[in-house]
Design a protein around this ligand. Structure first.
Ligand SMILES: *[C@@H]1O[C@H](CO)[C@@H](O)[C@H](O)[C@H]1NC(C)=O
Ligand SMILES: *[C@@H]1O[C@H](CO)[C@@H](O)[C@H](O)[C@H]1NC(C)=O
Length: 383
């Protein structure tokens, strides 16, 4: 019975798929057209240079010639409002082509920005890229195309050197991020897939971390179908913080379903799992971060600090001992009888005479002070 019902259900599903959705090649993050099925419909998703990746900071190669990334015109938004769009996979803002980015191998023009996130139950998941196996709560992507070599995005997106994406890892904390508020405050107006709203233009630079000089760079792909391997990736090392309330809104306000669909589907966990690095090298624009330690480095530091502490303790002990013995030298004179009052001239003049007498006396019993260790007693015994 159950099998029969299930077969009917599957047939219905297949029929629905075949009848209306094959032409536009739908995809989702999970389910029957989820990530593991992408390569069936989009062969590039099975390529060897896919994104996102886990960035193992012990395996990155420091490249001193990588300059800081320089946003161009990110703050020159003019008076035209931006459009905020729920495309069913993410929330997106198309960007004017006069915005761009320098510090890359080519001049690049901005195309759009969008976000990836998790769900309110997921503990620290949501970002696409991970660093040393660790996810952030969300991730911003600002997509650019190589405007030096290609006329527009559609000509560039399939080319090996066609696109450049800036990736920003987002974490949650206490403070409201005013930059991200420019997006998150309007999500309630585009709950359903296909909805758009005009929002006041704002400075895109406010979405980036402060430090644009420290980043990872590698060759990868679009993280959504058709997964073209055309992206030069820049993932900033510094993360940005949004408030927990802002993150919660991002994770719960939107639906991937349209208003026409009777069943609402939350737009959540719209991140792709990390892909194999294969033969690729991840470059770092900065020297290994002294704040991120490997297990080996941590044990070295612990042992080192222990040795340091023991050494310090020994040094302190030595100093204390030294001070004690020094102070006993200092104390001694005060214990000594008070210095005698000055002797009279008469006595002084007499003293040399006695000294002379004593040294001049040859038949003395006492041993001469010049030969210590050869005391009278010893002499007697040995004789
Ligand atoms: C991109 O440029 C090509 C070649 O000039 C043109 O045919 C195409 O319509 C353009 N596409 C867009 C989306 O502007
Ligand atoms: C990306 O690929 C191009 C061409 O294959 C190569 O010249 C460049 O060095 C690569 N960049 C990185 C960061 O690996």
């Amino acid at each position: 019975m159950d099998y029969f019902l299930m077969s009917v259900f599957l047939l219905l599903l297949l029929w629905q798929c075949a009848s209306c959705k094959v032409a536009e090649k739908p995809w989702t993050y999970s389910g029957h057209v989820g990530q593991s099925e992408w390569l069936e419909l989009f062969p590039d998703c099975g390529g060897s240079d896919q994104s996102p990746i886990d960035i193992d900071s012990t395996q990155t190669k420091y490249e001193p010639k990588l300059p800081p990334v320089r946003p161009l015109g990110y703050n020159q938004h003019g008076h035209e409002p931006f459009t905020l769009f729920n495309n069913g996979h993410t929330v997106e803002i198309p960007l004017p082509s006069w915005m761009g980015v320098a510090g890359l191998p080519w001049q690049c023009s901005a195309v759009q920005l969008h976000l990836h996130w998790g769900n309110p139950m997921g503990v620290a998941t949501g970002s696409e890229h991970t660093i040393n196996g660790r996810s952030a709560a969300a991730e911003l992507h600002i997509v650019h195309y190589n405007s030096e070599l290609y006329v527009n995005m559609s000509m560039a997106k399939m080319q090996r050197d066609g696109l450049a994406v800036l990736g920003v890892l987002i974490e949650s904390g206490e403070e409201t991020n005013q930059g991200y508020a420019n997006i998150i405050n309007y999500l309630g107006r585009i709950k359903h897939a296909g909805q758009k709203v005009a929002i006041p233009a704002f400075d895109i630079r406010a979405l980036l971390p402060k430090d644009l000089g420290r980043y990872f760079r590698y060759n990868g792909s679009l993280t959504t179908p058709p997964c073209y391997q055309s992206v030069l990736w820049t993932v900033f090392q510094e993360t940005v913080m949004i408030s927990e309330t802002q993150l919660m809104k991002l994770e719960t306000v939107l639906y991937s379903s349209t208003t026409e669909e009777s069943e609402r589907t939350a737009l959540q966990d719209n991140y792709r799992t990390t892909q194999p690095l294969n033969q690729r090298t991840v470059l770092a624009s900065f020297r290994k971060d002294s704040k991120v330690f490997s297990a080996g480095e941590i044990s070295a530091i612990v042992v080192g600090s222990l040795c340091g502490c023991v050494g310090l303790a020994l040094i302190i002990r030595f100093i204390v001992k030294t001070i004690r013995s020094t102070s006993s030298w200092d104390v001694l004179p005060s214990v000594r009888p008070a210095p005698q009052p000055r002797t009279t001239d008469k006595e002084n003049s007499q003293k040399p005479e006695t000294d002379v007498k004593m040294t001049a006396e040859p038949g003395r019993n006492e041993p001469a002070p010049q030969d210590p260790g050869f005391s009278n007693a010893e002499f007697q015994i040995s004789v």
